[in-house]
Structures are given as C-alpha cells and as structure tokens.
Design a protein around this ligand. Structure first.
Ligand SMILES: NC(=O)N[C@@H](CC(=O)O)C(=O)O
Ligand SMILES: [Zn+2]
Ligand SMILES: [Zn+2]
Length: 366
C-alpha cells in the first residue's frame, strides 16, 4: 500500500479567488498547494478587459506577497510568493475581437470565459447568444486562445439536472463544428454525456473536473436533509455520472485535468432561503483528489491529472518543485476565515485519509 505520494506541484485550471478582503485567504489557500491557477473573471463587475485583468492580477499578487509563506512571513514554507495567477476575460455580448486579441498577445489574459447569461453565480453580464460573439470566436480560433465554457443552457423549461447535456447538444456540438480548430475547455463537467463528448472530440477539446463532483453525487446534497454546502453549478448529478467522472479523471487521458472550481460564499449566503451556488475546496483540494485516486487504485495517475495535462493543454512547462501527500487522517475544519466573513468548506468536520504536507522548496533542487 502506498503511504506517501510525491508529485510535481499541481496547478488549478479553474478557480474563483473573489476580490477585496477575501483575497488574502483565498490566495493563501490555493498558493499552499498549487503553483498556477486559471482565475475566473466573474467578479462584480466582471473582468472584461486586459487592463481590468492586469489590475486584478496586481491585487492577487499583493495578497500573495502578504500571505503566510511569503518572504514577509518566513515562519512557514508554503511558496505563496511563487503563486502565478493566469488571467481570463469574461465574454459579453459587446466583447471586441481586436481587444481580445490584444489582451492575449500581450499576455494580459490566457483565455476567455463564456458564461451563458444567467447560468451561474455572477453570470448576468454573460453572452445571450453565440452569434453575438461570432467575430470574437473566429479571432480566438485564429490565435489559439482557449475558450473556457460554463456548459449549461439557461432555458427555464430545461430541468436543472439536464442543462449540461442539453448544452452539449444544442450549443457545444454546433460550436465545435463551426470553429473546428477552436481550443475549448468544458469546465467542471458533471455528466457521462460530457465525458463522452470530450473523449470523441479532437485534442484541442478538453475538460476540467472538480474534486466535489468526484466525491459527491446528488444524494449527498438531498438525502436525509437539504445540505446547502453541497450546492454548486452545474448541480451534482446521480452516482452513475459521478462514476463516469471518476473513470475519466483516473483514465490517464490528457483531455481531463484538475480544476477545483473552488468558489467560496460566506456561510450566511449559502444557508439561506435562496442559497448561493459554489463549494469551497481550495484548502483541501489535493487531499480530496488523492482520496479519489486512491479509491480508484490510480495514485500513479494523479500526477498526470493534477500536474501535467493542464500545463500541456495551455502550452506551459510543468512545475519544477514537488508536493507530498501522506496517508494520515486529517479532519477538515468546521469553519475558516474568508476576510471578515466565515466560510464552511466542503465536507466540513469529516476526516480524509490523506494529509497535505507543507512542502519544502529543497525538493526542486533534487
Ligand atoms: N460553480 C459554482 O457553483 N459557482 C461559481 C460559478 C461557476 O463556476 O459556475 C461561483 O462563482 O460561485
Ligand atoms: Zn461555472
Ligand atoms: Zn467556476
């Protein structure tokens, strides 16, 4: 039995850091485990321009400098100061192709995010119809800029558990036919339909998979009481879909890679008559993924999923340093700070088999 895993430092290819007082906590949590992260642009107001992405990146870097583990805090060794945010632009009906091109070519943004208007948290300014951004998509295809997609229809007549599958048939399949070379990441996939679609598409189409969709199915959220801390979008599905995701993540296919979709909301905003969608997993991300890979007898494939395939897709080098996880029980805290607010992480109070070791930088010299 393997009791110690040492892998190249992973990256998080789908993350919500939020803004303002929350940043110090969200950045520190992610930087403790990951080197890079694709930072989602769904702030209020959203990050739609290269200059806004630059300004947001500067706020994130300032938070990383001040975080535990940075040179300003030498007591711990988590390399918060090495954290590299990779910025994204939020597409709207009025996004301009030449501005998108300029932001990509200057390095201000590595990708654009498509939120169908109204599909999820802070998506009200999203795209109301793909025909409205046809010119932007054509430019993105030309320059090789990835399109990151929240893949759910917003049609009120479509059952919430079917919205991903219907999006694939109605929107994604035609999109991939119209732009056959467009680089696409279907984010936070939740269904076997999404797994099948991504598998059958070309190498320029990939998907991220969250830790919560690997750990949970809709029974966790709804059986024996309604548990708002499991509520996220796309919503948790039945266990057969969860199994399809587990198989995809642990299959060794480079089309599936790690994206936590860690998306914190204050406890009061989730425990409400109309609770917010989003699960906070950043501080327990690698412990959760390791537990699933262990359960699937696939610990030898964790490094590909967590530390290689995403970097390969984005054309970036793999990280030079390493992290260690140990088979040792670790109990997830009941509550954590999020700026002045309190937050309840996913699976709060439960014990995981794997502990994340705060790792030393010497590893990179071995
Ligand atoms: N996943 C979620 O349930 N929520 C995310 C938005 C998103 O990724 O769809 C958030 O920003 O809170
Ligand atoms: Zn989303
Ligand atoms: Zn997200």
């Amino acid at each position: 039995m393997t009791d110690l895993i040492r892998i190249r430092r992973p990256d998080d290819w789908h993350l919500h850091l939020r803004d303002g007082p929350a940043l110090a906590d969200t950045v520190a949590a992610t930087a403790a485990q990951f080197h890079r992260a694709i930072v989602m642009p769904n702030l209020v107001p959203p990050v739609t321009t290269g200059d806004q992405a630059d300004a947001y990146k500067a706020r994130i870097m300032a938070a990383a400098q001040a975080a535990p583990g940075s040179p300003a805090d030498s007591a711990r060794s988590a390399p918060a100061s090495l954290f590299t945010p990779l910025m994204t632009l939020y597409l709207t009906d009025t996004s301009q192709p030449e501005l998108v091109r300029a932001a990509f070519e200057s390095g201000q943004a590595v990708a654009c995010k498509l939120y169908p208007a109204g599909a999820t948290t802070n998506s009200d300014s999203g795209v109301t119809g793909l025909e409205r951004i046809a010119d932007v998509l054509a430019v993105m295809q030309d320059i090789g800029m990835p399109l990151l997609i929240h893949g759910e229809v917003t049609d009120a007549n479509i059952d919430i558990f079917d919205r991903e599958q219907v999006f694939i048939e109605r929107t994604l399949r035609p999109l991939c036919q119209r732009y056959p070379q467009l680089r696409v990441v279907l984010e936070h996939i939740t269904t076997s339909d999404a797994v099948d679609f991504v598998r059958s598409a070309g190498p320029h189409v990939a998907a991220t998979i969250t830790a919560h969709h690997l750990h949970c199915n809709r029974n966790h959220m709804l059986a024996g009481g309604i548990r708002p801390h499991y509520f996220c979008l796309p919503i948790l599905k039945r266990s057969s879909h969860q199994m399809a995701l587990r198989e995809a993540a642990t299959s060794g296919s480079p089309k599936f890679f790690l994206g936590t979709d860690s998306a914190p909301h204050a406890v009061g905003a989730k425990e409400s008559a109309c609770g917010c969608a989003g699960c906070y997993t950043a501080p327990l991300a690698m412990q959760l993924y390791a537990t699933v890979f262990d359960e699937m007898n696939a610990l030898d494939r964790l490094e590909g999923f967590a530390s290689r395939f995403g970097a390969d897709f984005y054309g970036l080098p793999v990280n030079e340093d390493f992290i260690t996880l140990q088979r040792r029980p670790w109990t997830i805290p009941d509550a954590m700070a999020l700026g002045a607010a309190e937050i309840r992480p996913l699976l709060a109070g439960q014990t995981l088999e794997w502990t994340f070791e705060t790792d030393s930088m010497e590893d990179s010299n071995e």
